[in-house]
Design a binder for this molecule. Sequence first.
Ligand SMILES: Cc1cc2nc3c(=O)[nH]c(=O)nc-3n(C[C@H](O)[C@H](O)[C@H](O)COP(=O)(O)O)c2cc1C
Length: 194
Amino acid sequence: MLSSLFVERLKRSGIGLEVDRLDLAETPATPLDAMATAAMYLNEAERTPQMKTALAASDALVDRVLKADLLVFGIPMHNFGMPAVFKAFVDNIVRSGRTFDVGPSGVVGHLAGKRAVMLLATGGSYRPGGAFEGMDCLTPHLKAVFGFVGLADADVIHAQPLQFSGPEEKAAAIERARAETAALSDAWASDLAS
Ligand SMILES: Cc1cc2nc3c(=O)[nH]c(=O)nc-3n(C[C@H](O)[C@H](O)[C@H](O)COP(=O)(O)O)c2cc1C
């Protein structure tokens, strides 16, 4: 809901958006198998034809991500972290030589310069004093892994609590998250138009 709101609003702002939508619930990323992982440690020229085949889906996902100027992620929390299918997506796109390199001066993330937002949905409240304070492993994980590939400045909106609370708290959380999402979308539109 939040990612649709964000993108539809950005589209309506008239900045001329072309949307490449990937719904991992409909088209799940494949978890890396032994062949794909082995292939990742080798240069393109060293890979066997089977290794290239094993990496084809990952290469295609990396191409899609690299082609995008803006990245909008909608991510629910599953068991205090990211859903397995989103982790599989991350494993497919965090690729040495493609989305990051490690050089003499450290890690260089190739997604730097892109703009990104993470729209998070959690059943519980992770705010100070909330029932699940200190148990949010999703936000730090996303910050670490996307920071690693160059998206350290990604915006984050966290809708909470959406499930483990009363109907009033849920309604208020949705309203708050929708307002924050609309405001952020408008801020992006205004930056991108200038
Ligand atoms: C398998 C599963 C595990 C979940 N684990 C957690 C959790 O650890 N913490 C939490 O706050 N919410 C958890 N939830 C609740 C979801 O994060 C919450 O309902 C969220 O709104 C789902 O987003 P969606 O409505 O976009 O699917 C879980 C939901 C599912 C289906």
